[in-house]
Design a protein. Structure first.
Length: 77
């Protein structure tokens, strides 16, 4: 009776913990893929990002408005 009930509860806890770990593993994999994708985009567009930064540096010296780097790439992706 009671021993079996406690045993069943322990198995239930182990199963739930395992499912939680799997879910956390999945979330971590998704996050890793997103970080890798951002890295690829940055590497791929490095020349353009550097060019925009150079233009922005010149514009700032002249007191003109600058180009937001993020806007430049979110619109093109």
């Amino acid at each position: 009776g009671l021993t079996f009930y406690i045993f069943a509860q322990l198995i239930d806890i182990l199963v739930r913990e395992h499912q939680m770990q799997e879910e956390q593993g999945r979330k971590l994999d998704e996050l890793t893929k997103k970080v890798d994708r951002i890295g690829q985009i940055l590497t791929q567009h490095k020349p353009q990002i550097d060019a925009i930064n150079a233009v922005n540096a010149r514009k700032q010296r002249l007191g003109a408005s600058t180009i937001p780097v993020e806007q430049e790439f979110t619109s093109s992706e």
